[in-house]
Design a protein around this ligand. Structure first.
Ligand code: SF4
Length: 368
């Protein structure tokens, strides 16, 4: 029979394919081998098989709004173009009331999640961060509050003198229901030192999520790839996440975040290639057998590539967002948000079934 597919004669790859098909876990060497391979179609097909087994053809998204209370930050992470010093042009810190007014002006009736992140602003007390959430919850009680990265939580412990658990409980009382996944970058202390990641270290990042899971929260997690890290660093990052997931079961989704190019302090001059972005999605799907969803984040990789990523293991396309700021400050050339209609088009165009979800992946509407 005529076939255009070249038979795969790579023995090492064949071993990995067998392992995945038999439900065996991939190890560090397997992950690095996949990253070093250029056989993107085999890797993608395998990730697609795993995803179809886990999620069928369903692809999830949420109608949400990204909110940024402050861009003032005590840290100077080399890759960050969002932060400002207090008093610098463009620096801002919104009160709860100001944010409520902004939301009232822009919210659409379907929004069911606020996604809140910001700078580590030490010119305001911890109570400011508590009151910010309280103001939103009081005015929009039906909207889930997913707020603050693990790095922000670690900053709050220093700001307040409270323990991680106490900080999280105070925020929960104010309306916090889930953390955001950022702040992980690459979970390697050596990388963090080189990239001047002036925030939570590896153990602190993991410990905040562990504590949140122990308090009953489900959280997302991320990996910011595409700068100085090695393939081994990336795989070790995923293995640490996988180990914590074995312990707590609290991660709902893993989000590979493609580094954006406007990072003069980190000497990053180029965008990741589409090839690299697709491999990051597919290899995450293959390594993280205990996390339900891998997210393709259109803000960082673009709408068209997000569509392709759905055939490479991704089962989530984030949400409507409205107006993204952090990646756009770093040079993202993608839309700042998408409408519900556009998200449905994106998913259907890839031959998948769009499913509108809440923060906790409960299905709200299936667009057959
Ligand atoms: S990445 Fe976060 S902590 Fe680092 S400088 Fe930017 S806003 Fe501050």
């Amino acid at each position: 029979m005529f076939t255009v597919v070249t038979p795969n004669t790579d023995k090492r790859m064949a071993e990995i394919v067998d392992k995945v098909r038999q439900g065996e876990r991939l190890n560090l060497e397997d992950g690095v081998y996949l990253y070093e391979s250029n056989d993107i179609l085999t890797i993608g097909q395998l990730a697609n098989e795993v995803n179809l087994r886990k999620n069928g053809k369903k692809v999830y998204f949420i109608e949400n709004m990204s909110l940024y209370f402050t861009n003032v930050c005590e840290s100077h992470c080399a890759f960050c173009s969002f932060r400002k010093d207090q008093g610098e042009e463009g620096a801002y810190t919104l009160s709860g009331e100001e944010m409520v007014a902004y939301v009232k002006q822009h919210i659409t009736p379907g929004v069911r999640e606020f996604h809140i992140v910001g700078g580590h602003n030490n010119h305001v007390p911890f109570q400011y961060y508590v009151d910010s959430l309280k103001a939103l919850k009081e005015n929009f009680p039906h909207v889930t509050i997913k707020a603050y990265t693990a790095a922000e939580i670690e900053f709050f412990t220093r700001l307040s003198g409270l323990s991680t658990k106490e900080v999280l409980m105070r925020l929960q009382e104010a309306g916090l229901e889930s953390l955001t996944g950022g702040g992980a970058e690459i979970l390697s202390d050596q990388y963090r030192e080189k990239m001047k990641v002036e925030k939570a270290n590896v153990d602190q990042y993991l410990d905040v999520h562990r504590t949140a899971h122990q308090l009953g929260m489900k959280t997302p997690t991320t990996m910011l790839y595409g700068s100085i890290e090695s393939y081994e660093d990336r795989v070790r990052h995923m293995l640490q996440i996988r180990d914590l997931q074995d312990e707590t079961g609290g991660f709902q989704v893993f989000i590979p975040l493609s580094m954006q190019p406007r990072n003069k302090n980190a000497s990053i001059m180029r965008r990741n290639s589409a090839f690299e972005d697709l491999k990051a999605i597919a290899i995450s799907r293959l390594m993280l057998d205990n996390i339900q969803h891998i997210k393709a984040y259109f803000i960082n990789i673009g709408v068209q590539l997000t569509q392709v990523a759905l055939a490479f293991g991704a089962s989530d396309v984030h949400g409507t967002i409205l107006k993204e700021q952090i990646s756009h400050a770093a040079g993202a050339q993608t839309p700042e948000g998408l409408t519900l209609k556009e998200l449905i088009w994106l998913v259907k165009g890839a031959g998948r079934i769009p499913v509108e979800r809440d923060t906790f992946y409960n299905e709200l509407k299936v667009y057959e």
